[in-house]
Design a protein around this ligand. Structure first.
Ligand code: 5U1
Length: 680
């Protein structure tokens, strides 16, 4: 008996050793392959090692650990993604499109740092992918999240674990206890072509571009699907407060990333001043088409982390980094016809139907003409040869007519007198460029757009309820308003064209799930004119609950940062409509709910304090200072009165300074103001 036990123990010990050594070997090969781009063994040899490890782990399941290289298998499908609050908000980059804009950026960096030396910059390609934040604790991958709105993203850990280029555990020395790293997940041009070839062979929808394919792949509830997608990543920064030693320059940080096993772009380069940046931009512009993945510009970052800290961020945009974007692509084609599309608020947008042209991997057959004023200004006709521009994700637009190439048959473009969809009169308010259908929610086009907006990802996020289904639901009169969605029955949905029973059930499940939402999302989903996602969130934080908004006045709304008289007017008008209250009541009765919010604005450190800014500030612009104060809860007024708490004076301050002195209002100079802000 004891001989048998001894034997088992010996076998287990041997298996443990073998498993550990195989894992070490595989991790080393991963590192050589993905980080150093210098594989040491063939794919077949590598696969053999993985098989051997799998075999042993099957024999000894108790020895399986979550960071074993075999554990990249897809996990059980999720019902929904959990929310993740980013420890440090995930910012976005300011863009520059010209050397002048880059020079202005560099000048601002010099001014803010008070330096006249050339700045050290780190340059790297701007991957056209999807930003993610991945957290390692004690060197192990514990969580991964999407950017979301920058403050809160979705937990996509299961999906991220399936990407071979992302280490499940870090290697090397001096790994911080907690390290959150940020990078861009992308799909190579070749991977994208193969993915689309596969999709079209299977009769599935093809992806528009590699970025959309990467984003869609990361948002799969079933990580087995993500695993089948050719996703890659490059890391570029950190997203947690340092625990332990972190290199004090951006270039050393990226070197440390590589040592820790995190892939970094091979084109990272350190350079001096704008000359070096411009040379790098030129080199990358020339290389762009030969790269195996898409880039849409280059990124420059101030190398010193201390300087980065001093420069700080405004509105989640670091002032120490900038993306210099490649110019938008322009092509020539001809306008075959013009149609007017009716949007959610009834706005009529002229859309040019074009002779299809191929631009950077995408066929363009429509381009916006914006509005009638633009058509007049650009002197565009049907039949004209035109230059069309496509930049990133924005809708292609007609830039100008090709004067040197005239068509024999051109026709003028006229604004229709009646809505092309519901035939209500088209109205154009004087002084406004936009013409609108006067049909309101009687107009099916407006209703469809309102429902599409309601169901969209950043609003109620009703997965599977796509545009074509909504068009049919409105056309068949199954749905008149957004609340009707929640009374849909399975047989009604499956009676729609090309909607199988399983998809109908998925939509019902998604509708059910969407009922648990947040007040910010709900307000955004209502589609109040000019209330975007950020404003909706601000309203939610300010009022905390819906009934308080019903009675809000234009004045009280204008006290909220960024809400001016126009938006305040739209909000008040929306809540004074009886039929909007009816729809809201119906939604709440259907079970749509959200937690009330503690009124954040009341908790902010400068709530109730009024500031006036005057004169020229050297270290920040007046609008940056205003934004900073408002983010702390302060109100920034345009004139000094007895109600003013502080006046901040820059150079050449005039009458406001005098008035403040007369009224005995507290005065701060720029340096005192900076010291004051530092405490928050
Ligand atoms: N290459 C690169 N892309 N990218 C995107 N670096 C980089 N840095 C970013 C973003 C949003 O942000 C940091 C400057 C915070």
């Amino acid at each position: 008996m004891s001989v048998l036990l001894d034997e088992n123990k010996k076998n287990l010990e041997q298996a443990t050793k073998k498993i550990e050594s195989l894992r070490q070997e595989i991790n080393d090969h991963d590192y050589h392959y993905h980080v150093l781009d210098a594989p040491v063994i063939s794919d077949a040899e590598y696969d053999k090692k993985i098989q051997a490890l799998r075999h042993l782990e099957k024999q000894y399941p108790e020895l399986v650990t979550p960071d074993s290289p075999t554990q990249r298998v897809g996990a059980k499908p999720l019902k929904e993604f959990k929310q993740v609050t980013h420890e440090i908000p995930m910012g976005s980059l300011d863009n520059a499109f010209s050397e002048e804009e880059m020079l202005a950026f560099d000048k601002r960096v010099h001014t803010l740092l008070g330096s006249n030396q050339e700045i050290d910059y780190v340059c790297e390609p701007k991957m056209d992918g999807v930003a993610v934040s991945i957290r390692y604790e004690n060197g192990r991958l514990v969580r991964a999240a999407t950017r979301g709105d920058g403050e809160t993203g979705e937990d996509i850990t299961q999906n991220i674990r399936t990407i071979k280029m992302i280490p499940l555990s870090l290697r090397g020395k001096q790994i911080p206890k907690v390290l959150e790293v940020r990078g861009e997940v992308y799909i190579s041009k070749k991977g994208f072509d193969e993915l689309n070839a596969r999709a079209s062979a299977q009769g599935e929808k093809i992806f528009i571009n590699p970025r959309n394919a990467a984003a869609g792949s990361l948002r799969q509830l079933d990580s087995n699907i993500t695993r089948s997608r050719p996703l890659s990543i490059y890391f570029y920064g950190i997203g947690s407060k340092p625990t332990g030693e972190i290199p004090d320059t951006q270039s050393d940080l990226l070197k440390a990333f590589k040592n820790w096993g995190l892939p970094v772009s091979p084109y990272v380069k350190q350079t001096k001043g704008m000359r070096g940046c411009f040379d790098y931009f030129k080199q990358m512009s020339e290389k762009r088409n030969q790269l195996p993945y898409e880039i849409d510009g280059v990124v420059f970052k101030v190398n010193s982390q201390e300087d980065q800290r001093q420069l700080g961020s405004v509105s989640k945009r670091p002032r120490w980094a900038i993306a210099y974007k490649f110019p938008a692509e322009e092509v020539e084609t001809v306008i075959e016809s013009v149609e007017f599309q009716v949007g959610r608020t009834g706005a009529l947008t002229p859309v040019a139907r074009l002779q299809p042209v191929f631009v950077h991997g995408v066929t363009i057959s429509n381009a916006t003409l914006h509005n009638m004023d633009e058509i007049k200004r650009k002197k565009v006709h049907i039949g004209d040869y035109v230059i069309v521009r496509r930049a990133g994700d924005v809708i292609p637009e007609v830039v100008r007519v090709v004067e040197t190439r005239k068509s024999a048959h051109i026709k003028a473009i006229h604004l229709p007198s009646h809505c092309p969809v519901c035939h209500s009169k088209v109205e154009q308010i004087e002084g406004e460029a936009v013409a609108r259908c006067s049909g309101g929610l009687f107009c099916p086009a407006q209703r469809k757009e309102a429902i599409k907006h309601f169901a969209s990802r950043r609003a109620m996020d009703i997965e599977g309820l796509g545009d074509k289904i909504i068009d049919q639901l409105v056309d068949t009169e199954l749905v008149h308003n957004v609340a009707d969605l929640y009374s849909l029955k399975k047989d009604q949905l499956s009676s729609l064209e090309r909607l199988a029973e399983k998809s109908a059930q998925n939509i019902l499940d998604a509708l059910q799930q969407s009922k648990d939402t947040t007040l910010g999302r709900f307000l955004f989903a209502l589609g109040i004119r000019e209330v975007g996602e950020a404003t909706a969130k601000q309203l939610a934080n300010h009022f905390g609950e819906l009934p308080a908004l019903f009675t809000a006045t234009e004045e009280s709304l204008q006290a909220i940062p960024d809400i001016g008289p126009v938006v305040a007017g739209h909000i008040v008008a929306f809540f004074s409509e009886k039929h909007n209250h009816k729809v809201i009541d119906q939604l709440i009765s259907a079970g749509v709910r959200w937690p009330n919010i503690e009124r954040k604005s009341q908790d902010l450190p400068l709530t109730g304090q009024t500031f006036v800014l005057t004169g020229t500030l050297q270290k920040m612009t007046r609008s940056d200072a205003k934004e900073k104060l408002e983010s702390l809860g302060a109100k920034v007024a345009g004139s000094v009165s007895a109600k003013t708490h502080y006046v901040v004076v820059g150079e050449d301050a005039g009458s406001k300074l005098q008035k403040a002195t007369e009224l005995g209002v507290k005065i701060m100079n720029e340096e005192q103001f900076f010291q004051f802000l530092k405490q928050f």
